[in-house]
Design a protein around this ligand. Structure first.
Ligand SMILES: [Zn+2]
Length: 97
């Protein structure tokens, strides 16, 4: 079992596989996703902020759906800030002992 923390409500819980949403929030997240898909069908050229404003969903959550591959990138409606390269992970070579 993995100890998981829900990124939406902060609740900690155990799951067989690692996840970042508790069951309640997973359900909410599904509803959100449905709304976004419906909105994009009506307004295909919206960006994450417009979706967020219209549906009253945090832009962060809209982008998370994109990151998870739940929304097709082919819509071409999202703009993402590229991640900072993580130098901590690859910067310092390990000292062989
Ligand atoms: Zn939750």
């Amino acid at each position: 079992m993995e100890l998981c923390t829900c990124r939406m409500c902060g609740f900690s819980f155990y799951k067989r596989i690692e996840t970042n949403l508790c069951d309640d929030c997973a359900k909410k997240s599904e509803d959100m996703y449905d709304k976004i898909v419906r909105y994009l069908k009506e307004y295909p050229n919206s960006n994450a902020l417009q979706i967020s404003d219209y549906l009253n969903i945090p832009a962060y959550d809209v982008l998370t759906f994109l990151d998870n591959g739940q929304l097709e990138r082919s819509h071409g409606v999202f703009e993402q800030i590229p991640d900072e390269p993580d130098f901590r992970l690859r910067g310092i070579p390990k000292n062989p002992d």
